[in-house]
Write a protein that binds this ligand. Structure first.
Ligand code: OAK
Length: 830
C-alpha cells in the first residue's frame, strides 16, 4: 500500500462540501452519489464498471478546485503558457495516477473497501486512452506530469482520436490488430466544451483582393469547412496544487444535417459531409517511425494545429493582450514535425486574418515556435508531395513558398554561388518529384531546435540538420529525455517506493537527486535482502499474469530478461532471438552443458503494414514454441511474447525486470525512455552506446552497465567500407548454426520457408548490423549470466542503478526546456 505526502485528509483544505471532502465518510458518500445520480444505478445493482466510474468521478470532482485556480492563471499576464503541440499523448490509465498525484491513494482505498469493493479491481477496469504509438506520445504524457508538478502553466494540445492504437492479440503466433474502442464505456476524465470550438478550412483556392488601405491581401476560399470541439482532461501535478490542461480536438460537421434541405440530393450531401468531417479525428495512424503520406494524416495535423493556434489567440484576447505580444504569452513546442504546419498556419492567421505585415508576423512566429526532433531515420522524416499539399492547403503552400523565398535569399547572400547549399536547405525538395520537407519548415520557423539525448543531438548537427546547424548554431540545444517517477515508480512499483522512502524519506519523488542517498546502503546485506524481496514479489505478480494471458509458466527465481518496445528492425528484437537460439544450440549440443535459467520476455506492437516486424513477432513465438517444450531445455529457458504491450502492461513489466535490453544499432535510437523506466526500477541494462544509453551508463557507472557492440562511428565506418554480412556469418560457427537452423525451418514446421525473408535480409543486407554485433552480444550475455550468479553483487549494482538515475526524471528535462527554450517561469507560491 502506498502512503505518501498529502495522504491524509488534514493536509488539504476541505470546504466541508462532500464533493470536495477528503475524509472517508465524504469520499464514500460522493462515490455512492455518483453510482446513484451519474451512473443512475442502485448500489445493489452496480457493476464493477459502475464502481470504477463512480470513483473516477469522485476523484475528478476533487481535482476541480485546483483546476479552476490553474485555469485562472492562464489569464495572468505575467505568466507564460507552454503550448505542447503533439499528434500523440499516450497518457496511460488516469485513476491510479491521479490518486498518487493528489496524495489520496490510501483514503480512497479505505473508502472503497468500506463500500465492499477492492481498489485494485477498480483500477483494472480502466481502459487506457492509447492516443499514441510509443516513445514520442509517452514522452508528451510524462512532460505534462512534470509541467503540472513544477507549477508551469501549460496546455497539451492534440487530437481526441475515437480509436487509439489498436489492441494486439496473438493468434497462432501472429499479431492480429483489434480496433481500440476505448470510449465504449464512456470517459469520466474528459469534459466536452462545445462552447470552445473553431472552424477549420480545407481545400479550395485563394484569391487576391485590396483591403481598405489599398493593400494587396489574400483570401482563402475553402472547398470545405469543419469544426473542432475541445475535450478537456485535467492533469494534476504531484502535490503541487497545480492542475494543467490536456485539450484534445474532436472533428465535427459544421452544421448538423439540414432537415429543411429542399431536395433529397442536398440531404444526402449533408449526411456525407457529416461523415467525412467526423472522419478526421476518427483514428490514430498506427505506424511508429516511418511516415505515411496519407492525405487524411495531413488533414489531422492541420486540423489540430489550426484549432490550437486559434485557441491561443482567443486566450491572448482573454488576457487583454495584443496579438503582437503573443511570444510573451506563449511558448509553442512542436513535438516532432507532425504539428510543424503551425509555422505556416500562424503566419496565415497573423497576416491574412489579423492583417499584420509579414515581417512582424514572422518575428512573432519564430519567437513563439520551438521544434524537437525525435528521429534520425530517413524514412521517418515527413515530406508531403506538392500536389497533395496544395490541394488541401493551397494558402499554406503560398505562404511556405514566400517563407522559403525569403529564407533562401538570406542563404544565398551569406554564401553566394553555393547553389548546392540552397538546394539542400530549401523547404521544397526539388530533386525529382517535389515535396514540402516538414523538418526544414520547422527549423526555419523556430528559434530553438533540440534533440532528445546527447548523442542524438550531436548526430542531428552532423547529419540530418547539418546545414541548419552551420547556419544557425545558436538555435541548437540538447534536452535529454526523462520519465516521471510518479507513474513509473510510485504508482507502478509501490513496494520499491516504500522501501526507498523508508530509508531516505520521500523527497526523491520530486528531487530524485536525493536517490543518491541510497548509495551508502547498497552494500548492506539487510537492505539488499529487502530489495531482492521486492523484486521477487514483482516478478511473481508478472509471472501470474503471464500464466493467465499466455498459458506459459515461468519461474520467478530465473533471470527476467526483458525487451519491450515497438517492434522495429533497428531495435533488433531479432538479435535477442539469435541469442536465445544460441543458448538452445548449446543445450542441444550437450544437454548437460551449464545454461543458466532465464525467462525472455518480449512485448511490443508492429505497424500493421510492416511485414518484417510482424514476421519477427512470429519468429519470437515460434522459437518460444520449440524452446519452451524441449525436453533437453527442461524449463531452463522460457520465451514469452506478452501480448498488447501498452502503458498499463508496462506498469507491470518494468518493475519485474532483472535485465533491460537496449540493443538498437548505435546511432539509430534517438533516446529511448523505456531504458530509463527499467533502470529506475532496479533492472541492469545490457545495451549499445545508443541514444540515452550513453548517458545512463555515464550516470550509473560503467561497472554497473553491460556494454557491447559497435559505436555509431564504427557503424558508419563499417558501412562506408562496404559491409558484407555474409563474411561475418561465414567466419562465426555458432552464428552460422543459428541462422542455418532458422533457414532450415526448425522453428517453422510445415513451412520451412516461412522465415526466409528474414534470413535473406540478414545475409544479403543486414542494414542494422546484427551479424557484426552478434559475437559481442553473446559474450556480454555470458558476462550477465556470471554476474547474476553473485546475487549480492547483482543487488548492489541494482541499488546503485536506482540511486544514480535522478537525472532521468522528466522534471529535470522540463526545467531545462523552461530555462533554455521556453523562458517560462513557474506560478509563484506554494
Ligand atoms: C515517432 C514518429 C515519428 C518520429 C519519431 C517518433 C518516435 O516515437 N520517436 C521516439 O521518440 C522517443 C521520445 O523522444 C525517443 O525516446 C525514441 O528514441 C524515438 O524513437
Amino acid at each position: 500500500k502506498l502512503v505518501h505526502r498529502g495522504d491524509s485528509s488534514s493536509s488539504r483544505e476541505t470546504t466541508g462540501d462532500i464533493r470536495r471532502g477528503m475524509d472517508c465518510a465524504d469520499l464514500k458518500q460522493a462515490i455512492i452519489d455518483h453510482i446513484n445520480f451519474t451512473q443512475a444505478r442502485l448500489v445493489s445493482q452496480a457493476t464493477l464498471n459502475d464502481w470504477y466510474m463512480a470513483v473516477a468521478y469522485a476523484v475528478r470532482d476533487r481535482m476541480l478546485d485546483d483546476w479552476h485556480v490553474s485555469l485562472g492563471h492562464l489569464r495572468n499576464r505575467s505568466l507564460k503558457i507552454v503550448s505542447y503541440l503533439s499528434a500523440e499523448f499516450l497518457m496511460g490509465p488516469h485513476l491510479g495516477n491521479n490518486l498518487v498525484n493528489l496524495g489520496i491513494v490510501e483514503s480512497v482505498r479505505r473508502a472503497v473497501a468500506e463500500l465492499g469493493q477492492n481498489l485494485d479491481d477498480l483500477l483494472r477496469q480502466e481502459e487506457e486512452p492509447g492516443l499514441g504509438n510509443g516513445g514520442l506520445g509517452r514522452l508528451a504524457a510524462c512532460y505534462l506530469d512534470s509541467l503540472a508538478t513544477l507549477r508551469v502553466p501549460a496546455i497539451g494540445y492534440g487530437i481526441r482520436y475515437e480509436f487509439g492504437i489498436f489492441d494486439q492479440e496473438i493468434r497462432d503466433g501472429w499479431q492480429v490488430e483489434i480496433t481500440d474502442k476505448w470510449l465504449r464505456m464512456g470517459n469520466p476524465w474528459e469534459i466536452c466544451r462545445p462552447d470552445i470550438s473553431y472552424l477549420v478550412k480545407l481545400g479550395g483556392h485563394t484569391e487576391q483582393y485590396s483591403d481598405e488601405n489599398d493593400c494587396l491581401r489574400v483570401r482563402w476560399v475553402p472547398g470545405k469547412v469543419i469544426k473542432g470541439v475541445a475535450y478537456d482532461t485535467p492533469v494534476a501535478g504531484y502535490c503541487s496544487g497545480v492542475t494543467d490542461l490536456l485539450r484534445l480536438w474532436k472533428s465535427e460537421a459544421v452544421e448538423s444535417f439540414n432537415f429543411q434541405a429542399f431536395n433529397l440530393g442536398d440531404y444526402y450531401r449533408a449526411v456525407d459531409e457529416k461523415v467525412s468531417s467526423e472522419t478526421i479525428s476518427k483514428v490514430l495512424y498506427p505506424n511508429d517511425e516511418p511516415q505515411i503520406g496519407k492525405q487524411l494524416r495531413l488533414a489531422q495535423q492541420y486540423f489540430f494545429v489550426s484549432c490550437s493556434l486559434q485557441d491561443m489567440l482567443r486566450i491572448q484576447r482573454l488576457r487583454g493582450e495584443n496579438i503582437g505580444d503573443l511570444a510573451g504569452s506563449f511558448a509553442v513546442q512542436l513535438n516532432d514535425t507532425h504539428p510543424s504546419i503551425a509555422v505556416a498556419e500562424l503566419m496565415r492567421l497573423l497576416v491574412d486574418e489579423q492583417m499584420m505585415e509579414w515581417e512582424p508576423a514572422w518575428e512573432i512566429t519564430c519567437n513563439v515556435m520551438a521544434y524537437t526532433n525525435h528521429t534520425l531515420l530517413p524514412e521517418a522524416l515527413e515530406k508531403w508531395p506538392l500536389p497533395l499539399f496544395s490541394a488541401m492547403l493551397p494558402r499554406h503552400l503560398e505562404i511556405i513558398f514566400e517563407i522559403n523565398r525569403r529564407f533562401l535569399d538570406q542563404v544565398r547572400s551569406a554564401s553566394p554561388g553555393d547553389d548546392g547549399l540552397a538546394a539542400r536547405l530549401s523547404i521544397i525538395d526539388e530533386g525529382g518529384e517535389r515535396y514540402v520537407r516538414m523538418a526544414h519548415l520547422a527549423s526555419v520557423g523556430s528559434h530553438a531546435i533540440n534533440g532528445v539525448a546527447a548523442l542524438h543531438t550531436e548526430l542531428l548537427k552532423e547529419t540530418v540538420l547539418k546545414d541548419f546547424h552551420d547556419l544557425y548554431p545558436e538555435r541548437f540545444h540538447n534536452v535529454t529525455n526523462g520519465v516521471t517517477p510518479r507513474r513509473w515508480v510510485l504508482l507502478s512499483n509501490p513496494a520499491l517506493a516504500r522501501l526507498i522512502s523508508g530509508k531516505i524519506g520521500e523527497g526523491w519523488v520530486t528531487r530524485p537527486e536525493e536517490l543518491r542517498a541510497l548509495e551508502k546502503f547498497a552494500g548492506q546485506p539487510a537492505f539488499q535482502k529487502s530489495w531482492r524481496k521486492v523484486k521477487l514479489e514483482n516478478k511473481s505478480i508478472l509471472a501470474a499474469v503471464i500464466r493467465e494471458r499466455t498459458g506459459i509458466q515461468v519461474d520467478p527465481a530465473s533471470l527476467f530478461d526483458v525487451l519491450v518496445k515497438r517492434i522495429h528492425e533497428y531495435k533488433r528484437q531479432h538479435l535477442k532471438v539469435l541469442h536465445i537460439i544460441t543458448l538452445f544450440n548449446r543445450i542441444k549440443a550437450d544437454p548437460k552443458s551449464e545454461v543458466r535459467s532465464r525467462t525472455f520476455i518480449f512485448g511490443g506492437k508492429a505497424a500493421p503494414g510492416y511485414h518484417m516486424a510482424k514476421l519477427i513477432i512470429k519468429l519470437i513465438t515460434s522459437v518460444g514454441e520449440v524452446v519452451n517444450n524441449d525436453p533437453d531445455v527442461a524449463g531452463r529457458l522460457k520465451v514469452v511474447f506478452f501480448p498488447d504491450f501498452n502503458v498499463t502492461n508496462g506498469q507491470l513489466v518494468y518493475p519485474a525486470a532483472d535485465l533491460s535490453e537496449q540493443i538498437s544499432t548505435a546511432g539509430k535510437e534517438a533516446s529511448g525512455t523505456g531504458n530509463m523506466k527499467f533502470s529506475l526500477n532496479g533492472a541492469l541494462t545490457i545495451g549499445t552506446l545508443d541514444g540515452a544509453n550513453v548517458e545512463i551508463r555515464q550516470e550509473v557507472g560503467e561497472e554497473n552497465f553491460f556494454l557491447f557492440g559497435h559505436t555509431a562511428a564504427e557503424v558508419q565506418e563499417l558501412k562506408s567500407r562496404g559491409y558484407d554480412p555474409r563474411s561475418w556469418y561465414e567466419g562465426n560457427a555458432p552464428l552460422r548454426a543459428v541462422i542455418d537452423r532458422i533457414a532450415a525451418g526448425d522453428f517453422s514446421p510445415g513451412d520451412r520457408n516461412l522465415f526466409q525473408p528474414l534470413v535473406d535480409q540478414l545475409l544479403g543486407h543486414d542494414d542494422y548490423l546484427l551479424l557484426a554485433d552478434y559475437q559481442a552480444y553473446m559474450d556480454c550475455q555470458d558476462r550477465v549470466d556470471a554476474a547474476f550468479r553473485d546475487r549480492d553483487a547483482w543487488t548492489e549494482m541494482s541499488i546503485l542503478n536506482v540511486a544514480r538515475m535522478g537525472m532521468f526524471s522528466s522534471d529535470r528535462a522540463i526545467r531545462e526546456y523552461c530555462e533554455n527554450i521556453w523562458h517560462a517561469p513557474p506560478i509563484p507560491g506554494d
